[in-house]
Design a protein around this ligand. Structure first.
Ligand code: GDP
Ligand code: CA
Length: 334
């Protein structure tokens, strides 16, 4: 056998992008057992973080994946363009135009201008993403989970409102409020009516292996799984499905995933997140789940839940370490 040819990854932004970087590195170096050196990677990216800002369509997770794999990312921040300047943002603030909290860089604005112009001309987000990727050459096929408008909103406490709460866009919760107030509910507007983007269902059905990177289980992978027919495709695919825990030792590594897990009633442990996704043999979406070596005590509970599971180092410190994680994920289900 020539080895596994088609790998499909369900990705959010930073965690997903870093994992993809290591996965690509591992494939090129021939370090993934049973995976062909010319294997193709398809990425189904979360678009529920997308927002309209000053008349521009901004797609944070698509752009993080595209910039990271296209070597345009600011590696220190983990989002946005390298060598960025902020004149547009400063000028908008000087006009006192809201919102002022979003990191809209000058170089980044060009991406949003191209995208918005193409949307105005009638192109779907999937075609626009393909066009943007012609410049960035991310080395993967990057598919938005849907071409439809889907937005994650978060209910937060608000003493001044009669209901005692107010609802903000996920980006406002994450970036402006720094996820420091309790999220009382997560509502993904438009998700139930969304249609999977072109190629999304086939990418799962025709895959040789499906990977869930250590992306946020609620607002990244959770929203992708909520697109109608995506969960069913995962349940039905002949490909093994294996995931990597974004939680290590009871905490997210980077980011702010803790708060939102609590909101959906899932404990902040690697084991609880694996069981939340669940084993395909028991109505879930996974065959295997990797936890960090420090979380080895979670393995018996995962095995009991019907999952193949192993404990290996899960810090994505560099592409080599991340490639080793990807290799362990492949090994778990081969
Ligand atoms: P976002 O859309 O930018 O928030 O990115 P993702 O949803 O793709 O991933 C965010 C998650 O990545 C965070 O909540 C962390 O739990 C996880 N993460 C970040 N760095 C690491 C790491 O080095 N190892 C692991 N296992 N998880 C990580
Ligand atoms: Ca995101």
């Amino acid at each position: 056998m020539a080895g596994l040819q088609q790998l499909t990854v369900l990705s959010g932004g930073m965690g997903g992008a870093r994992f993809l970087q290591g996965l690509r590195h591992g494939i090129a170096a021939g370090r993934l057992p049973g995976v062909a050196a010319d294997a193709e990677v398809t990425v189904i990216a979360n678009t529920a973080d997308d927002l309209w800002l000053h008349g521009l369509k901004v797609c944070p997770d698509l752009d993080t994946v595209m910039y990271t794999l296209g070597d345009g990312i600011d590696t220190d921040r983990g989002w946005g363009r390298r060598d960025e300047t902020w004149s547009v943002k400063e000028e908008l603030a000087a006009y006192a135009v809201e919102p002022t909290w979003f990191g809209l860089g000058d170089r980044d604005v060009a991406t949003h201008l191209v995208r918005t112009q193409m949307l105005d001309a009638g192109y779907p987000l999937s075609a626009i993403t393909e066009a943007l990727c012609r410049r960035w050459q991310p080395g993967v096929r990057l598919l938005p989970m849907t071409d439809d408008r889907v937005e994650t909103h978060v209910a937060v406490p608000d003493a001044e409102s009669t209901s005692g709460r107010r609802v903000v866009h996920f980006q406002e919760y994450w970036v402006k409020l720094r996820a420091e107030v309790p999220a009382e509910a997560v509502v993904v507007v438009g998700l139930d009516e969304a249609t999977p983007g072109p190629g999304v269902i086939d990418a799962i059905t025709d895959a040789d292996l499906v990977l869930l990177p250590p992306s946020n289980p609620v607002v990244s992978v959770g929203t992708i799984l909520g697109v109608p027919r995506v969960r069913e495709a995962l349940v039905a695919t002949t490909a093994p499905v294996v995931g990597v825990s974004p939680i290590i030792g009871g905490s997210h590594v980077r980011g702010m995933a803790n708060q939102l897990l609590a909101t959906i009633g899932v404990d902040v442990t690697a084991g609880a997140v694996g069981r939340h996704y669940g084993a395909r043999s028991q109505g879930g979406v996974l065959d295997g789940w990797l936890v960090d070596e420090s979380d080895a005590d979670q393995l018996p509970g995962l095995h009991e839940a019907g999952l193949a599971a192993a404990a290996v180092p899960l810090y994505m410190t560099d592409p080599d370490a991340t490639a080793a994680m990807a290799a362990a994920a492949v090994e778990l289900v081969s």
